[in-house]
Design a protein around this ligand. Structure first.
Ligand SMILES: NC(=O)c1ccc[n+]([C@@H]2O[C@H](COP(=O)([O-])OP(=O)(O)OC[C@H]3O[C@@H](n4cnc5c(N)ncnc54)[C@H](OP(=O)(O)O)[C@@H]3O)[C@@H](O)[C@H]2O)c1
Length: 245
Protein backbone atom coordinates (compact mmCIF):
# COMPACT_ATOMS: atom_id res chain seq x y z
CA UNK A 1 0.00 0.00 0.00
CA UNK A 2 1.42 3.40 -0.85
CA UNK A 3 0.31 6.68 0.70
CA UNK A 4 -2.39 7.30 -1.92
CA UNK A 5 -4.09 3.99 -1.10
CA UNK A 6 -4.18 4.72 2.61
CA UNK A 7 -7.03 6.09 4.71
CA UNK A 8 -5.14 9.39 4.91
CA UNK A 9 -2.49 10.74 7.22
CA UNK A 10 -2.21 10.09 10.92
CA UNK A 11 0.35 12.30 12.67
CA UNK A 12 1.70 10.96 15.97
CA UNK A 13 3.99 13.26 17.93
CA UNK A 14 6.65 11.43 19.89
CA UNK A 15 6.19 8.34 17.75
CA UNK A 16 9.75 7.14 18.21
CA UNK A 17 9.12 5.20 21.42
CA UNK A 18 6.75 4.36 24.25
CA UNK A 19 3.06 5.12 23.87
CA UNK A 20 3.63 7.06 20.64
CA UNK A 21 5.29 4.10 18.96
CA UNK A 22 2.35 1.85 19.89
CA UNK A 23 -0.02 4.48 18.44
CA UNK A 24 1.96 4.53 15.18
CA UNK A 25 1.75 0.75 14.96
CA UNK A 26 -1.96 0.46 15.65
CA UNK A 27 -2.91 3.32 13.32
CA UNK A 28 -0.77 1.89 10.52
CA UNK A 29 -2.43 -1.50 10.95
CA UNK A 30 -5.74 0.30 10.56
CA UNK A 31 -4.62 1.62 7.16
CA UNK A 32 -3.37 5.14 7.86
CA UNK A 33 -0.17 6.55 6.38
CA UNK A 34 1.55 7.41 9.63
CA UNK A 35 3.85 10.36 10.14
CA UNK A 36 6.27 9.19 12.84
CA UNK A 37 7.49 12.31 14.57
CA UNK A 38 10.54 12.36 16.84
CA UNK A 39 12.82 14.90 18.46
CA UNK A 40 16.14 13.26 19.38
CA UNK A 41 15.89 9.51 18.75
CA UNK A 42 16.32 9.39 14.99
CA UNK A 43 17.28 5.73 14.66
CA UNK A 44 14.35 4.62 16.85
CA UNK A 45 11.93 6.66 14.72
CA UNK A 46 13.30 5.14 11.50
CA UNK A 47 13.07 1.66 13.01
CA UNK A 48 9.38 2.27 13.76
CA UNK A 49 8.60 3.62 10.27
CA UNK A 50 10.50 0.88 8.44
CA UNK A 51 8.13 -1.73 9.82
CA UNK A 52 5.02 0.23 8.76
CA UNK A 53 3.55 0.51 5.28
CA UNK A 54 3.58 4.01 3.81
CA UNK A 55 4.97 5.65 6.96
CA UNK A 56 7.40 8.55 6.98
CA UNK A 57 9.61 10.14 9.62
CA UNK A 58 10.02 13.77 10.61
CA UNK A 59 12.14 15.52 13.24
CA UNK A 60 10.94 18.56 15.17
CA UNK A 61 11.66 19.98 18.59
CA UNK A 62 8.15 20.76 19.74
CA UNK A 63 9.41 22.72 22.75
CA UNK A 64 9.88 25.57 20.32
CA UNK A 65 7.27 27.45 18.32
CA UNK A 66 9.46 27.04 15.22
CA UNK A 67 9.54 23.27 15.71
CA UNK A 68 5.75 23.10 15.80
CA UNK A 69 5.47 25.28 12.70
CA UNK A 70 8.00 23.08 10.86
CA UNK A 71 6.06 19.94 11.71
CA UNK A 72 2.77 21.48 10.56
CA UNK A 73 4.40 22.62 7.30
CA UNK A 74 5.79 19.13 6.72
CA UNK A 75 2.32 17.63 7.12
CA UNK A 76 0.76 20.21 4.82
CA UNK A 77 3.34 19.47 2.13
CA UNK A 78 2.28 15.80 2.08
CA UNK A 79 -0.82 17.01 0.22
CA UNK A 80 -2.99 14.29 1.74
CA UNK A 81 -6.00 14.60 4.02
CA UNK A 82 -4.90 14.65 7.66
CA UNK A 83 -7.39 12.41 9.36
CA UNK A 84 -5.81 11.89 12.78
CA UNK A 85 -3.58 13.93 15.07
CA UNK A 86 -2.25 12.32 18.24
CA UNK A 87 -0.67 14.90 20.53
CA UNK A 88 1.46 12.44 22.47
CA UNK A 89 4.96 13.90 22.90
CA UNK A 90 5.49 14.88 26.50
CA UNK A 91 8.02 15.30 29.25
CA UNK A 92 7.91 14.67 33.00
CA UNK A 93 10.59 16.45 35.02
CA UNK A 94 9.71 15.24 38.48
CA UNK A 95 10.74 17.38 41.42
CA UNK A 96 9.07 18.38 44.70
CA UNK A 97 7.33 21.75 44.81
CA UNK A 98 10.19 23.54 46.59
CA UNK A 99 12.90 22.10 44.34
CA UNK A 100 11.26 22.47 40.92
CA UNK A 101 12.85 25.30 38.97
CA UNK A 102 11.32 27.90 36.67
CA UNK A 103 13.35 26.36 33.85
CA UNK A 104 11.79 22.94 34.49
CA UNK A 105 8.37 24.57 34.59
CA UNK A 106 8.91 26.32 31.27
CA UNK A 107 10.37 23.26 29.55
CA UNK A 108 7.40 21.19 30.65
CA UNK A 109 4.78 23.73 29.67
CA UNK A 110 6.39 24.44 26.29
CA UNK A 111 6.09 20.82 25.23
CA UNK A 112 3.12 19.41 27.14
CA UNK A 113 0.87 22.45 26.81
CA UNK A 114 1.99 24.92 24.17
CA UNK A 115 2.89 22.35 21.52
CA UNK A 116 -0.45 20.57 22.00
CA UNK A 117 -2.32 23.86 21.66
CA UNK A 118 -0.34 25.23 18.70
CA UNK A 119 -0.12 22.01 16.70
CA UNK A 120 -3.85 21.48 17.17
CA UNK A 121 -4.46 24.99 15.78
CA UNK A 122 -2.37 24.26 12.70
CA UNK A 123 -3.66 20.76 11.99
CA UNK A 124 -7.30 21.57 12.77
CA UNK A 125 -7.13 24.28 10.09
CA UNK A 126 -6.24 21.54 7.55
CA UNK A 127 -8.97 19.27 8.90
CA UNK A 128 -11.55 22.05 8.59
CA UNK A 129 -11.12 22.05 4.82
CA UNK A 130 -11.99 18.34 4.82
CA UNK A 131 -14.83 18.94 7.28
CA UNK A 132 -13.65 16.01 9.36
CA UNK A 133 -10.81 14.91 11.60
CA UNK A 134 -9.96 13.28 14.89
CA UNK A 135 -7.64 14.83 17.46
CA UNK A 136 -6.52 12.79 20.44
CA UNK A 137 -4.54 14.38 23.25
CA UNK A 138 -2.56 12.18 25.62
CA UNK A 139 -2.96 13.60 29.11
CA UNK A 140 -2.44 11.65 32.34
CA UNK A 141 -4.13 10.30 35.44
CA UNK A 142 -1.75 12.58 37.35
CA UNK A 143 -3.61 15.62 36.03
CA UNK A 144 -6.67 14.33 37.90
CA UNK A 145 -5.35 12.67 41.06
CA UNK A 146 -2.07 14.57 41.54
CA UNK A 147 1.16 13.03 42.76
CA UNK A 148 4.01 13.89 45.09
CA UNK A 149 6.88 15.39 43.10
CA UNK A 150 4.72 16.13 40.08
CA UNK A 151 3.16 19.55 40.67
CA UNK A 152 4.43 20.88 37.35
CA UNK A 153 3.62 17.77 35.34
CA UNK A 154 0.15 17.48 36.92
CA UNK A 155 -0.57 21.09 36.04
CA UNK A 156 0.46 20.60 32.42
CA UNK A 157 -1.63 17.47 32.03
CA UNK A 158 -4.73 18.90 33.73
CA UNK A 159 -4.47 21.78 31.28
CA UNK A 160 -4.55 19.37 28.36
CA UNK A 161 -7.92 17.99 29.43
CA UNK A 162 -9.34 21.50 29.81
CA UNK A 163 -8.01 22.31 26.37
CA UNK A 164 -9.58 19.14 24.93
CA UNK A 165 -13.02 20.17 26.19
CA UNK A 166 -12.79 23.72 24.89
CA UNK A 167 -11.33 22.78 21.50
CA UNK A 168 -14.04 20.11 21.14
CA UNK A 169 -16.71 22.80 21.48
CA UNK A 170 -15.09 25.08 18.91
CA UNK A 171 -14.32 22.36 16.38
CA UNK A 172 -17.54 20.32 16.60
CA UNK A 173 -19.32 22.47 13.97
CA UNK A 174 -16.47 21.59 11.58
CA UNK A 175 -16.83 17.84 12.04
CA UNK A 176 -13.62 17.58 14.06
CA UNK A 177 -13.74 15.50 17.22
CA UNK A 178 -11.30 16.21 20.06
CA UNK A 179 -10.80 13.78 22.92
CA UNK A 180 -8.21 12.90 25.56
CA UNK A 181 -6.77 9.61 26.65
CA UNK A 182 -5.53 9.81 30.24
CA UNK A 183 -3.17 6.88 30.89
CA UNK A 184 -2.31 5.55 34.31
CA UNK A 185 1.10 3.98 34.89
CA UNK A 186 2.61 2.66 31.66
CA UNK A 187 5.93 0.84 31.17
CA UNK A 188 8.02 3.24 29.06
CA UNK A 189 11.28 5.20 29.29
CA UNK A 190 9.35 7.88 31.17
CA UNK A 191 8.66 5.53 34.09
CA UNK A 192 11.81 3.40 33.80
CA UNK A 193 13.75 5.79 36.03
CA UNK A 194 11.66 4.94 39.09
CA UNK A 195 13.23 2.83 41.81
CA UNK A 196 12.07 -0.76 42.38
CA UNK A 197 10.48 0.34 45.68
CA UNK A 198 8.57 3.19 44.09
CA UNK A 199 7.43 0.90 41.27
CA UNK A 200 6.20 -1.76 43.72
CA UNK A 201 4.36 0.88 45.75
CA UNK A 202 2.54 2.15 42.66
CA UNK A 203 1.70 -1.34 41.51
CA UNK A 204 0.14 -2.10 44.88
CA UNK A 205 -2.24 0.84 44.45
CA UNK A 206 -3.55 -0.33 41.07
CA UNK A 207 -6.72 -2.40 41.51
CA UNK A 208 -5.94 -4.47 38.39
CA UNK A 209 -2.60 -5.28 40.01
CA UNK A 210 -0.35 -4.34 37.12
CA UNK A 211 0.86 -1.48 34.98
CA UNK A 212 -0.42 -0.90 31.43
CA UNK A 213 1.29 -1.91 28.23
CA UNK A 214 1.75 0.78 25.60
CA UNK A 215 -0.58 -1.23 23.33
CA UNK A 216 -3.39 -0.88 25.87
CA UNK A 217 -3.12 2.90 25.69
CA UNK A 218 -2.90 2.82 21.89
CA UNK A 219 -6.16 0.84 21.78
CA UNK A 220 -7.92 3.76 23.47
CA UNK A 221 -6.35 6.19 21.00
CA UNK A 222 -7.52 3.98 18.13
CA UNK A 223 -11.04 4.00 19.56
CA UNK A 224 -11.18 7.79 19.32
CA UNK A 225 -9.46 7.80 15.92
CA UNK A 226 -11.72 5.30 14.20
CA UNK A 227 -14.88 4.68 16.25
CA UNK A 228 -16.38 6.96 18.91
CA UNK A 229 -18.28 9.02 16.35
CA UNK A 230 -20.49 10.53 19.07
CA UNK A 231 -17.68 11.37 21.51
CA UNK A 232 -16.07 14.77 21.68
CA UNK A 233 -14.63 16.62 24.66
CA UNK A 234 -14.32 13.28 26.43
CA UNK A 235 -11.51 12.13 28.70
CA UNK A 236 -11.05 8.36 28.61
CA UNK A 237 -9.26 7.09 31.71
CA UNK A 238 -7.08 4.04 31.08
CA UNK A 239 -5.55 3.42 34.48
CA UNK A 240 -6.42 -0.05 35.74
CA UNK A 241 -8.77 1.46 38.32
CA UNK A 242 -6.03 3.57 39.96
CA UNK A 243 -8.30 6.58 39.86
CA UNK A 244 -12.00 6.66 39.11
CA UNK A 245 -12.81 9.98 37.48
N1 LIG B 1 4.48 6.37 30.71
C1 LIG B 1 3.47 6.68 31.51
O1 LIG B 1 3.26 6.04 32.57
C2 LIG B 1 2.52 7.80 31.15
C3 LIG B 1 1.40 7.97 31.95
C4 LIG B 1 0.50 8.98 31.66
C5 LIG B 1 0.73 9.80 30.58
N2 LIG B 1 1.83 9.62 29.82
C6 LIG B 1 2.00 10.54 28.69
O2 LIG B 1 2.09 9.80 27.49
C7 LIG B 1 2.92 10.49 26.56
C8 LIG B 1 4.01 9.55 26.07
O3 LIG B 1 4.74 9.12 27.19
P1 LIG B 1 5.82 7.95 27.14
O4 LIG B 1 5.83 7.33 28.47
O5 LIG B 1 5.62 7.11 25.93
O6 LIG B 1 7.14 8.84 27.00
P2 LIG B 1 8.61 8.50 26.51
O7 LIG B 1 8.82 7.05 26.33
O8 LIG B 1 9.51 9.27 27.41
O9 LIG B 1 8.63 9.19 25.04
C9 LIG B 1 8.52 10.58 24.94
C10 LIG B 1 8.31 10.95 23.49
O10 LIG B 1 8.19 12.37 23.40
C11 LIG B 1 9.16 12.87 22.47
N3 LIG B 1 9.70 14.15 22.91
C12 LIG B 1 10.36 14.41 24.07
N4 LIG B 1 10.77 15.70 24.09
C13 LIG B 1 10.35 16.26 22.91
C14 LIG B 1 10.48 17.54 22.33
N5 LIG B 1 11.12 18.53 22.94
N6 LIG B 1 9.94 17.74 21.11
C15 LIG B 1 9.30 16.75 20.46
N7 LIG B 1 9.15 15.51 20.95
C16 LIG B 1 9.68 15.26 22.16
C17 LIG B 1 10.25 11.82 22.45
O11 LIG B 1 10.98 11.92 21.22
P3 LIG B 1 12.49 11.31 21.10
O12 LIG B 1 12.34 9.82 21.23
O13 LIG B 1 12.96 11.68 19.75
O14 LIG B 1 13.29 11.89 22.19
C18 LIG B 1 9.47 10.53 22.61
O15 LIG B 1 8.99 10.09 21.36
C19 LIG B 1 3.45 11.71 27.29
O16 LIG B 1 2.69 12.83 26.96
C20 LIG B 1 3.28 11.34 28.76
O17 LIG B 1 3.15 12.48 29.57
C21 LIG B 1 2.74 8.64 30.08
Amino acid sequence: MNQTQSKGLALVTGGSRGIGRACCEILSKEGYAVVVHFNSRESEAHAVAERLTGACVVQANLSTVEGVEQLAAFVKERGMPVEVLVNNAGVALDNPLFSASVEEFETTMALNMRATWLLTKRIARMMMRQKRGRIINVSSVIGHMGNVGQTVYAMSKAAIDGFTKSAALELAPHGILVNSVAPGFVETDMTAALSAEHRAAIQQRIPLGRTASTAEIAEAVLFFATKASYCTGTVLHVNGGLYAA
